[in-house]
Design a binder for this molecule. Structure first.
Ligand SMILES: *Cc1c(COP(=O)(O)O)cnc(C)c1O
Length: 855
């Protein structure tokens, strides 16, 4: 039949619940369980069916249920409380930022990331980076930090994982209808949808701008899947980390360049630009273009203006993990762009040029980001060290310990990740405002007020909840595999709620060594199958669709989980996402993490577990190097780096078995008679909750970002642009002077300390040097003695002492004198060097590539 037209009928939200649609479109609800409870109470089954997506829920809920809810006193009063809380939150004037930085008058802090993980119902993330970015926004909102975020809105998000009956991962891409998500199209004053354009390979690509509200924070999304674009360009925002290098460069152009344009189109004028990982580093180019085209700066001046106010966070501890593009791709995509920066091709490429070990030259996003930022950081103490070591080649001539990359250790957003039941306990025993004082150590002293029994009962409940969640998921999976009714009944036997339960969930990259615990299957079998002290294992995680070795690990675990001797004790739960993560981190007894050190930049899932009272059992890598205190969990292996990987695997796996057999299992089953639970275990659990929650939370992390990076970048940026860019211009011409003359600098060290042995505290060692400084002069440099402490010929720490200018001995040649003292025994190396000096610049080694040693 032909229809005259079609109509869509939506339920009408009753007056008494009138602001539910508004609530559904602000992700504030994702970290407020009381807000979620409203939907759950209206129709619990539907709430689960729609994957806890309130926008979809309000489209699908029956009018009858809505009407009933509006007549239900309990629901209406819960609703009123939540709305009141929400309004108070959104309007709060007494936030941490406002009270700590009263005097701040600058613009927003713009935060760019390729993915954001905010909730499982909005799957625009693949893993750790995205979840961290999501938590970054939530804490910024809680603390009142003036942040605005930019990302790409992926039509198919990241894939949904299914495991087939042979154990192979299948990747399913579902196209999303954004109408079912909390994103809102951004409109201009006339009510027209807002678009930006970027040029790519001689074509104009359009992007539609969307907005997502995360509490008080706006997340601005770009979307190219619109009719204005060619089919090929519509695909740019289809998949997260899908496609080839060409797709990658397009996505990164869209994020970096398109992102700046989107902020401008909406009227933002940020004071700080944060590149969270190198994917967004093209944003620096667009800011240079703006300065050149709109403010009349030269390329060099614009570079300095852009650099001063930008911040870069690196997340990858291996060179291969950093994006880099061949020059021919850069030529294709940027040949019409660099003229707009008034730069030559070579000047432009030099911003990101990196020579790889094989001699080839690539345009590296990390190099670009380091060149175009004033502050940079890694994401844990150890990762800071690793990053400095990787970047020392970029800084040419600096020892790793001097490379100006600091660290801000990752955290997680506590009210997102701590289970509702445990949060209720905290509210009862620590006070209603516990989450506002989360980084206050005094608060956590009160944890001892929580009776052991009560904490244990909550944990027991959460483990049961996890097991029934796994049963449901496994049932769906095995029905798909076509198993018989009898086979399906066996699912109920999987996992024992009283057994010590180990959780392992993460991306299946091979360095994470998901199968390490299976290295000695016989030994593991004995541990798991001890009738008095049973142990069981739960696994989850996705492998990248192109990562065959990662998928083989999944298959191997799946196969082991179906072996008769393991079938009820080992389970692989499919489609690891934030929902699965929440169940796991709160339901298992310990959290296993065994990456190949030092490959884990930080890791955050262990922090989620630790906060929930699931102690970590982890390699001393990433955050756990800082987190482990001897009382809050267990370490695997030692703080050693290996070159023989097989040896490392063997040693670490033996460490896992030994610790399980000798410490973890006996302690867990050391039941106190009346309590039926081990008091010593609860002590570790409590210590885990205190030590992890009080420090490894994103509130502490955001305060550090604000103080160490955002405020300093805002200040420097402001200094550079004021008075019509006076300082930027001056600084740029000074840098040019350095560049022209740097190679001609010569250093001749006159003193000679020949003695191999110097006794400690035996007095000062004097050094004289003649320095030839044509065209630069002594005011623009420092001549320094560098003194490095060595261990096995490796520099472990370094001091520098400025030398005094004595006189000009010849034209352009200056005599310097200095001294140093060594008061501790050991081996040292020393040298003399020249580094730039400019009173405008508070940071040493701000400029890359300017260190001169004697030749
Ligand atoms: C927390 C989280 C991650 C990151 O955890 P790692 O410890 O870095 O592996 C990845 N995926 C999901 C779904 C998460 O919730």
């Amino acid at each position: 039949m032909e229809f005259i037209s079609k109509i869509n009928v939506l339920p009408k939200v009753p007056e008494k619940l009138s602001r539910l649609p508004e609530l559904s479109k602000n992700l504030w609800w994702t970290w407020n369980y009381d807000a979620q409870e409203i939907f759950e109470r209206i129709d619990e089954d539907l709430w689960v069916d729609v994957n806890r997506n309130p926008v979809l829920f309000l489209k699908k809920v029956s009018q009858k249920k809505l009407n009933e809810a509006s007549e239900n006193q309990a629901i209406v009063s819960l609703y009123s409380q939540v709305i009141e809380k929400f309004d108070k939150y959104m309007k709060a004037e007494n936030t941490w930022f406002k009270s700590t930085h009263r005097e701040y008058k600058g613009g927003e802090f713009a935060y760019f990331c390729a993915e954001y993980g905010l909730h499982e119902s909005f799957p625009n993330y693949s893993g750790g980076l995205g979840v961290l970015a999501g938590d970054h926004l939530k804490s910024s909102s809680d603390l009142g930090i003036p942040l605005v975020a930019v990302g790409l809105l992926y039509k198919q998000g990241y894939f949904e994982q299914r495991i087939n009956s042979e154990g192979w991962q299948e990747a399913i891409f579902n196209p999303y209808d954004f109408d079912n998500f909390p994103v809102i199209p951004v409109k201009d004053e006339e009510g027209n949808e807002l678009f930006v354009t970027v040029e790519m390979d001689n074509r104009k690509v359009y992007a539609k701008i969307w907005k997502l509200q995360v509490g008080r924070i706006n997340l601005i999304y770009l979307d190219t899947d619109i009719p204005q674009n060619d089919p090929e360009d519509r695909m740019i925002t289809y998949q997260l980390y899908g496609g080839d290098q060409e797709m990658r460069i397009r996505q990164e152009i869209l994020l970096g360049i398109g992102g700046v344009r989107a902020l401008r189109a909406m009227g933002y004028n940020p004071s700080v630009w944060h590149m969270n990982e190198g994917h967004s580093a093209f944003l620096g180019l667009e800011r240079i273009r703006e300065f050149v085209q709109e403010k009349g700066l030269s390329f060099r001046e614009a570079v300095q203006a852009a650099k001063s106010s930008a911040v870069f966070t690196t997340h990858t501890p291996v060179p291969a993990g950093h994006d880099a593009f061949p020059f021919h791709l850069m030529d294709r995509y940027f040949k019409n762009y660099w003229p707009q920066l008034k730069a030559s091709r070579r000047e432009f490429l030099d911003l990101g040029a990196e020579i790889r070990p094989d001699g080839s030259e690539l345009f590296s996003m990390t190099t670009l980001a380091l060149n175009l930022s004033s502050r940079a950081n890694g994401v844990s103490k150890l990762h800071g060290e690793v990053s400095r070591d990787l970047a020392k080649d970029i800084w040419k001539g600096l020892e790793a310990v001097e490379v100006p990359i600091t660290h801000v250790t990752n955290g997680v957003h506590a009210t997102t990740w701590i289970s509702k039941e445990l949060q209720d306990l905290f509210t009862n025993y620590l006070g209603r405002d516990w989450h506002e004082k989360i980084d206050d150590p005094d608060l956590w002293k009160k944890i001892d007020n929580i009776p052991d029994e009560e904490l244990w009962n909550v944990r027991k409940y959460l483990k049961k909840k996890l097991i029934s969640f796994i049963h449901e998921r496994t049932k769906l999976q095995r029905m798909r595999h076509g198993e018989t009714v009898e086979q399906l009944e066996e699912i109920e036997e999987i996992l024992n709620p009283n057994a010590l339960t180990i959780g392992f969930a993460r991306r299946f990259a091979t360095y994470k060594r998901a199968t390490l615990i299976f290295k000695d299957l016989d030994r593991l079998k004995k541990i798991l199958n001890n009738p008095e002290r049973p142990v069981q294992l739960i696994f989850a995680g996705k492998a990248h669709p192109a990562d065959k070795p990662g998928q083989e690990l999944i298959k191997r675990i799946y196969e082991i989980s179906r072996m008769p001797e393991f079938k009820d004790k080992i389970v692989f739960i499919e489609n690891y996402d934030m929902n699965v993560a929440r169940h796991l981190v709160s339901g298992v007894d310990i959290w296993l993490n065994n990456p190949r050190r030092p490959r884990e930049a930080s890791g955050t899932s262990g922090q989620k577990a630790g906060m929930n009272g699931s102690p970590n059992f982890s390699v001393l890598d990433g955050w756990w190097v800082e987190g482990y205190n001897g009382k809050n969990g267990w370490a695997i292996g030692d703080e050693r780096d290996y070159t023989d990987l097989e040896l490392q695997d063997r040693i670490d796996s033996v460490s896992i078995y030994n610790t399980l057999e000798k410490e973890i299992v006996p302690l867990y089953y050391d039941h106190n008679e009346e309590l039926g639970v081990s008091r010593e275990w609860i002590k570790i659990m409590k210590e885990s909750i205190i030590s992890v929650t009080s420090f490894f939370n994103t509130h502490r992390m955001l305060k550090e970002y604000t103080q160490k990076l955002y405020m300093t970048a805002a200040e420097l940026g402001e200094k550079f642009i004021k008075e019509d860019f006076k300082i930027a211009r001056r600084f740029a011409s000074w840098v040019e002077l350095l560049e022209r003359n740097w190679d001609s600098i010569r250093i001749k060290v006159l003193s000679n300390v020949n003695e191999d042995v110097v006794y400690a505290t035996e007095g000062k060692i004097e050094v004289k040097a003649e320095v030839y400084l044509p065209g630069i002069g002594p005011d623009s440099i420092l001549t320094q003695i560098v003194l490095a402490k060595l261990e096995d010929n490796k520099v472990i720490s370094l001091k520098s002492f400025d030398m005094k200018l004595v006189k000009e001995v010849n034209k352009d040649t200056y005599l310097y004198e200095g001294e140093f003292e060594v008061d501790e025994r050991g081996q040292y190396g020393w040298n003399v060097r020249v580094v730039p000096y400019n009173p405008i610049m508070p940071y040493q080694h701000y400029l890359i590539g300017f260190v001169k040693y004697p030749q």
